[in-house]
Design a protein around this ligand. Structure first.
Ligand code: G3P
Length: 219
């Protein structure tokens, strides 16, 4: 499973990249707005830091506007994946981008029927929003499972990018469901490390080692 960071924050990306755990980045207009920086410059900056897909989202909602914006974004850096919303014009734009060899992430997916449309339009990634479905008492992980199964049934090459992951179990359950990618905030990535028995075990090992008066690096 690839790990993408869901952020437009440079410090967070540097931290994740430093751990060697970041295969890509997803941004969206809300995440960019939080940063209050020049959008194009920030996307380029992220692309230089990350050796993988960097999703940058169009904000036009009509086909012609999405195509124009998508071309601008795709030209920023070869790592850019153009993100389009799952609406009819977005699916049409997805088909055009995919025919032009531009990678596309179809976002705001909340049903298997929508995911089928994205795959048929040649999307590189489909982004089911797990947490936001859970928020409205629907099973987000069940949606990931269904999409993975449907894509397998027809050998679609579109990758399932589980998004809106809010906690470690969302990541684990997406992995169990066979999602190709999980995109998560840095806080969720950090939580994946946590286990109290690791901390307790390390403390005990170090205390016992101390008693030996040994050193691994001899002077
Ligand atoms: O990648 C989509 C993500 O940014 C949405 O997450 O937590 O706002 O639902 P959230």
């Amino acid at each position: 499973m690839k790990f993408f960071l869901d952020t437009a924050n440079i410090d967070e990306i540097k931290q994740g990249v430093g751990w060697g755990l970041v295969d890509g980045v997803t941004t969206n207009p809300s995440l960019v707005a939080k940063e209050g920086v020049d959008f194009h410059a920030r996307i380029k900056e992220i692309c230089v830091l990350v050796n993988g897909s960097v999703s940058a989202e169009v904000t036009a909602t009509d086909y012609d506007g999405m195509i124009k914006e998508g071309h601008v974004l795709a030209k920023l850096h070869p790592n850019v994946t153009v993100k389009v919303p799952l609406i009819p014009d977005g699916i049409r734009a997805c088909r055009t981008f995919s025919q032009e060899g531009i990678k596309v992430n179809v976002t705001l997916c909340f049903s298997s029927s929508q995911a089928l449309l994205a795959a048929k339009a040649g999307a590189t990634y489909i982004s089911p929003f797990v947490g936001r479905l859970d928020d409205v008492s629907q099973d987000g992980i069940q949606l990931v499972k269904e999409i993975v199964q449907i894509y397998k049934n027809y050998n679609f090459t579109t990758q399932v990018l589980a998004a809106s992951l809010r906690h470690p179990m969302h990541v684990v359950q997406s992995a169990l469901a066979g999602a190709h990618v999980g995109t998560m905030p840095i806080g969720v990535l950090k939580m994946l490390f946590n286990h109290p028995l690791t901390d307790i075990g390390l403390k005990k090992f170090l205390a016992d080692w101390e008693k030996t008066k040994e050193q691994i690096q001899k002077k």
